[in-house]
Design a protein around this ligand. Structure first.
Ligand SMILES: [Zn+2]
Length: 173
């Protein structure tokens, strides 16, 4: 479970894999408490600040839904449904705009999948994907795919990154 590391003087760090309920850092004993809604907002506010985005209510609310500690893939429509269930009053257009702002600021990555819908990913580090028939995605660590024999890029261009999408189907009987 995602946990915060909290000192007597406030939030110190967020760690997604701390198996202990207490930790000693620099001779201070820290208690680890589960994520609270308030702690999540503090964290999202800090993420927005670091990304150079103004912490509007919509960005804070959608960010709190997205950056809950677990990496995930989603479409704007899925996030819009989630926001409505959580009682956040936003339109699909606002969700789209916010997601593109987050993407340009480096908080999200857009995954190009066949079809018309944009897919977003909270994991912005280099990695690849399995694509299931139902349109859902699963991460493949970058270290598990080796690209051999890449052609030289055309003159005046450099390779910025390589995204591999492995399309899955049910096995034929
Ligand atoms: Zn991913």
């Amino acid at each position: 479970m995602a946990a915060e590391l909290r000192g007597s003087d406030g939030l110190i760090a967020v760690d997604h894999a701390i198996p202990y309920s207490e930790k000693v850092i620099h001779n201070r004993k820290m208690t680890i408490v589960p994520f609270t809604e308030q702690a999540r907002q503090v964290r999202v506010r800090e993420m927005l600040r670091l990304a150079g985005l103004r912490p509007t209510q919509q960005r804070l609310s959608l960010g709190a839904l997205l950056f809950s500690g677990q990496d995930r893939h989603f479409t704007a429509e899925q996030l819009h449904d989630e926001a409505r269930r959580a009682g956040i009053p936003v339109s699909v257009a606002t969700v789209y705009n916010t997601l593109h702002q987050f993407t340009h600021a480096g908080l999200l990555r857009e995954v190009l999948v066949d079809g018309s819908k944009a897919h977003f990913d909270t994991n912005t580090s280099p990695h690849h994907h399995f694509l299931f028939e139902d349109g859902s995605l699963m991460d493949i660590p970058a270290s598990q795919i080796e690209v051999l024999g890449l052609p030289d890029p055309p003159a005046g261009a450099v390779v910025r990154r390589i995204d591999i999408l492995v399309h899955l189907a049910k096995p034929k009987r």
